[in-house]
Design a protein around this ligand. Structure first.
Ligand code: FDP
Length: 337
């Protein structure tokens, strides 16, 4: 079909159409997704003019993980918190930037949201893509009561919706409500997200691997052997694979969603439990990748089946195309203790 003759569909329109397909839908989730879309536009605008307005650089303080907080991290966090508070549908928020759960005045709101407002923030100063991640759960306790930790500590399989925004050469919003993955591109001239692709599928095998090879020495044997396998020549399986590592999880996985391949952040000497956070990095990205037909494991278990103990807990992650994940799983099983 001639693309120029297709009618453009906005994010708002797409969300409302989706909502209309469900009898009895209250519109609360739709409102929440639209609020996140608004925050994404504001963050995107600020990122694009960051160099001009001198917002780049450190705040001079550290976040709950002892990492330097960048000014844009703080800005993105404020935008996400204010967007999520707007509708009254969210009772609790957990953000990478806040140690404790944030309880909102709307304690009867039926959703709990996790967010990493600005993922990949060590890349901000050098104009490399960063992202915002979100993960939405329904409360398990009665909404007439105050929400408690049980509402927040649910496994990834219970996510109602999840998504991310990647601030790259264009800004894209990608989300799933469990019915496939949809991508939208922001047209900054009119401030509107337009549908880019519906029901996107990740290739079953992808010829790239994405890992910080600097920590090679502290990997376990299975992983070392798998990376060597990726580098061997075998045209039948598209090897040797290419190495691609941006160092910004959202950007690396956005590429893998479209082109296939595998992203790995393993446990290492510096990060014995892996570096990435289960609840606002691993789970939402796993939901997206699984909905697109890929897989995500911590080495042995499916990421989304891990029962969380802590809000900010970390996990190793091996995520991407089905075949690539099956291969690394085989190596880990055979060679790692
Ligand atoms: P960053 O520290 O820049 O925020 O969230 C952590 C994260 O980025 C991921 O986005 C990224 O994939 C990873 O850390 C990069 O870690 P390394 O620098 O150790 O490779």
């Amino acid at each position: 079909m001639d693309k120029t003759k297709e009618r453009l569909i906005t994010l708002e329109e797409f969300i409302i159409r989706g909502q209309n397909r469900f009898r009895g839908a209250t519109g609360e989730l739709s409102q929440l997704l639209r609020d996140i879309g608004l925050a994404a536009k504001i963050i995107s605008r600020e990122i694009n003019k960051a160099g001009i307005t001198n917002i780049l650089g450190n705040m001079g303080s550290e976040n709950v993980h002892g990492e330097h907080v960048k000014k844009l991290d703080v800005f993105a966090n404020d935008q996400m918190l204010s967007a999520l508070s707007r509708s009254g549908n969210v009772s609790m928020i957990v953000s990478e930037e806040n140690k404790e759960v944030i309880r909102l005045q709307s304690s009867s709101g039926k959703y709990i949201v996790y967010t990493d407002p600005l993922d990949g923030s060590s890349n901000i100063d050098v104009n490399v893509s960063v992202g915002t991640i979100f993960s939405i759960y329904r409360r398990v306790t009665d909404t007439a009561d105050e929400p408690d930790l049980a509402d927040a500590l649910q496994p990834g399989v219970s996510q109602t919706a999840a998504g991310y925004v990647v601030y790259g050469s264009s800004t894209m919003l990608v989300y799933t409500t469990g019915l496939g993955v949809t991508t939208f591109t922001l047209d900054p001239s009119i401030g509107e997200f337009f549908l880019a692709e519906n029901n996107i599928k990740i290739p079953d095998l992808g010829p790239t691997y994405s890992i910080n090879e600097g920590s090679y020495k502290s990997w376990d044997e299975g992983l070392k052997k798998y990376i060597k396998f990726c580098q061997e020549e075998d045209p039948a399986t598209q090897r040797p694979y290419s190495a691609r590592y941006i160092g910004s999880m959202v950007a690396d996985l956005h590429r893998i969603l479209h082109k296939g391949g595998i992203f790995i952040y393993p446990s290492s000497k510096a990060y014995p439990n892996g570096k990435l956070r289960l609840m606002y990095e691993c789970n939402p990205m796993s939901f997206i990748i699984e909905q697109a037909g890929g897989r995500s494991i911590d080495g042995r278990r499916r990421i989304m089946e891990i029962m969380p103990d802590e809000l900010h807990q970390r996990s190793p992650i091996f995520i991407g195309s089905k075949q690539n994940v099956a291969d690394v799983e085989r190596f880990l099983k055979e060679y790692s203790a």
